[in-house]
Every structure is written in C-alpha cells, then in structure tokens.
Design a protein around this ligand. Structure first.
Ligand code: SDX
Length: 392
C-alpha cells in the first residue's frame, strides 16, 4: 500500500471501504488489478487467469488454472427446474431482467449459505457462480430466439463455451473462431473489475447484510442494467445507429448532447472517476480496428464512432467537463462484429464483471465489514406540530 491509508472514523458505515483488489487513478488514466496494469493483463492474460487473480489475489500457476477450470466444470449443470422459470418470461423480456431473476433463483436451488471464512466452501461457491452464471446468461439469448437451451461443453474452455452456449444448434457442429475467443477474452478482462462502481458497491452493500452470493450478484446485475452504467454499451450502439440513419451527422448529436433542455447525453462519454481518459477505451478502440479487420467486417458505425469522438474531443463543452470516451464507447462495435445482438451487450458486461463482483463480495465478507449504512445530510422540515385533518 502506498503509505498509510487514513479513512475518516465514520468510514465504517459510510459506504467507503478499503480494498486490495483494484487501483484506479482518474487523473493519470491508470487501472490495475492486484497491482498488474490493465494493459499487460489485456495483452498477455486470458479471462479465467484474470478472474483467478481478482478472486484469489495471485496470478495462477498452470496447475492452479487447470484445477480452477476443471472445478468450474463440476458446477455448470443448472437445475432443470430453472427452465420452468425462464419459460415464464415473454421472448421480448430484456435479457438483463431475465438474468437478474435467474441469478436470484439460483439461491432456491443452492440454499446453503456460504461461510466465506471456510476456504473450501468459498472456493466451491466461486466455481459454482462462475459456472452457472455463464450458462444462465446465455439462456437469456436462447430464450429470446426460441432456441433450445444449451449445456456447457466440458471439452471446451470457459470463453469458448460462451460462444458454444450462445450459438451451437442441435442441427450440426458449431465452429468457434479463435479470433472471436481472443477478442472476448480481452473484452471480458477489460470489464472484470473497476473498484467501487455502482454495481460493485451494490453487490458489497447487499452482501454486507450477509445476504448470499447469488442474491448479491443478482442485485449487481440490476444496478449494471441502468443506461448510466453498464446499459450504456447498448445505448451507444442505438445512438450510433440513429446517427447513421441521420446521414452520419455527428455534429448535430454533439450539439444535442450539450443542450440543457434536451435529456440526450453522448452515451459512452464521461466517467465518475476518469477525468482524463479511460485506459480501457484506448485498448478497446484499437481492438475494434484489429478484430473487424481480422474478421473482414466493414462497419460504418466504427467510422461514425471515431468521427463522434474527434468532434466531441475538440468541443469546448466536452473539454471543459473532462468528458472522454469510456469503456462502453467502442465495446459494442466489437460485440456487433462478433454477432452478439445489441440487447445482449450489457449481459456481456455482466459476464466480464462477475469475477470482480465475486472478489469484492469475498473481500468484504472476509474482512468482516459492518453492514453498509451510507450517511445522509438531513435537509427536511424541523419538528412540526401535528394538526388534525379539519385544521389543515
Ligand atoms: C460505466 O464507475 C465506474 O467505474 C463505471 C464503469 C465501470 O467499469 O463499472 O466505468 C462503467 O458505467 C461507464 C459510464 C457509462 N455511462 C455512460 O456512458 C452514460 C453517459 N455518461 C454520463 O451519463 C455521465 O458521464 C456519467 C454518468 C458516466 C458520469 O456522470 P457524472 O460524473 O456524475 O457527471 P455529471 O452528471 O456530474 O456531469 C458533469 C457535467 C454535467 O454538465 P453541467 O451540469 O456541469 O453543465 O458533464 C455533463 C453533465 O450534463 N455530462 C455530459 C455527459 N456526461 C456528463 N454531457 C453530455 N454527454 C455526456 N455523456
């Protein structure tokens, strides 16, 4: 730790916390998971390695990662009765709403609460959550398409299985492109944790009441869904499509985003912490070029996104407010090139963020953090005398 961390005595129930997991520097655009730079991890590691690092604190050895992957495979079967729950949703239900419900429902089939201080129990809960969440996340897409629900294939890797679970059909073999797996590894790593953001703080505060891991993760899914948070990646694509329909007139949308009377905001721009640049956006922007070129995809929305970024970054309004592209600005372009439907973009964010949520929940419980109780400044009425109805 760089120097003594001093927190105000009230921190114990104000919602702020100490953590060893992720370090952010908003001014310098620095992001590190357990001390490793996001640039190194995104370029050299895979998603399961980074999940292990976030959750257990160290990069795994070959033996450790093989054991982790095999132990996850033990828990990828989801109780068949969960299908009765997903059958109850209309095909048009937003996947994030279905995912939040199914995640919470996992508690019904795994009622035993986890003792985070029991290493074996906690490890089993980690593997169970990593395994089952990936499966039910893809079920939300299969349901919307009217496809049969797929099972995890134990002969495939974790990220490979995402594509298998999403797109394999009983009618024949499904070939998974290694370029796609590599792109997904990078994207999931870039979304894996981000300190005390809205959804992670939600997972921590729900878990601080000693609610179970599945219930806490389900609350994080709901928080992530909002368009100001993880839902922004879907909103960015819808915005770019709108601009495309309007002849690519980016200046018109930049103007609209500055108009105080117009609720429209430039989606994928701005951040609570990064007031310089979001290092993830820099990596994803380059990955968008690389992946689309490798897949031979020519998407006009990428050029529109680049023009939009250029015009906005030259605009006094955005410069004065330190508004830069964030992690959501370019990610949807890659998801689209990988064939992921727009409605599933925030589910992709949730799959990536899962190890971060687990790691933060585990840290909060092992550190015996008190129940979350944010403070407030009361600005309401002083004491008033009650008047009966006929005197009001
Ligand atoms: C994520 O916290 C995390 O780490 C989150 C995340 C993670 O990994 O978990 O990084 C993921 O959620 C990224 C953010 C995705 N959301 C969006 O892209 C939605 C669009 N962005 C904005 O809604 C906004 O920038 C926020 C919500 C991201 C941040 O909001 P802030 O810091 O509270 O900014 P603000 O509302 O205080 O705005 C400050 C000024 C205001 O203008 P003034 O009142 O000063 O005149 O900037 C303006 C805002 O109107 N502004 C924007 C803008 N974002 C802020 N104006 C136009 N377009 C925008 N995108």
């Amino acid at each position: 730790l760089t120097g003594a961390i001093t927190l105000d005595p009230g921190y114990k129930n104000s919602g702020s916390c100490k953590s060893e997991i992720t370090f952010l520097d908003g001014e310098e655009g620095i992001l590190r998971y357990r001390g490793y730079s996001i640039e190194d991890l995104a370029a050299k590691a895979n998603f399961l390695e980074v999940s292990y690092l976030l959750i257990f604190g160290e990069l795994p050895t070959k033996t450790q990662i093989e054991k982790f992957e095999n132990d996850i495979r033990k828990y990828t079967l989801v109780n068949e009765e969960m299908k009765n729950i997903i059958d109850g949703f209309p095909k048009t239900a937003h996947p994030m709403g279905v995912l939040a419900s199914l995640t919470s429902a996992l508690t019904a089939f795994n009622p035993k609460s986890v003792n985070p201080h029991n290493e074996k129990e906690m490890y089993e809960a980690v593997c169970k959550t990593m395994g089952k969440f990936l499966v039910i996340a893809t079920w939300t897409f299969r349901k919307s398409m009217g496809y049969p629900l797929n099972y995890y294939d134990n002969t495939k890797g974790y990220v490979e299985n995402f594509m298998h679970l999403m797109y394999a059909l009983p009618t024949g073999p499904y070939k998974i492109d290694p370029i796609v797996v590599q792109a997904l590894d990078k994207l999931f790593i870039l979304h894996a944790d981000h300190e005390q953001n809205c959804s992670t703080s939600t997972v921590r505060i729900v878990g601080s009441s000693h609610a179970g891991l599945f219930a806490s993760i389900a609350s994080g899914v709901s928080a992530l869904w909002g368009p100001l948070h993880g839902g922004a990646n879907q909103a960015v694509l819808e915005m770019l499509e709108e601009i495309h329909k309007n002849g690519g007139d980016v200046a018109k949308f930049v103007l609209k985003a500055k108009d105080k009377d117009d609720p429209f905001r430039l989606m994928g721009f701005g951040h609570r912490v990064y007031k310089n640049f979001d290092p993830r956006a820099t990596i994803i922007k380059k990955a968008a070029d690389d992946v689309l070129t490798a897949l031979g995809v020519d998407d006009p929305l990428l050029d529109i996104a680049k023009q939009l970024e250029k015009v906005a970054l030259e605009d006094e309004y955005f410069k004065a407010r330190n508004l830069y592209p964030n992690v959501d600005f370019y990610s949807g372009i890659i998801y689209r090139a990988l064939g992921i439907p727009t409605e599933m973009f925030t589910v992709m964010f949730a799959i990536g963020r899962l190890p971060g949520w687990i790691a933060q929940w585990k840290e909060m419980r092992i550190n015996k953090e008190p129940i979350g109780r944010p403070r407030q400044v009361y600005v309401g009425h002083p004491l008033r005398e009650f008047k009966s109805m006929d005197k009001r």
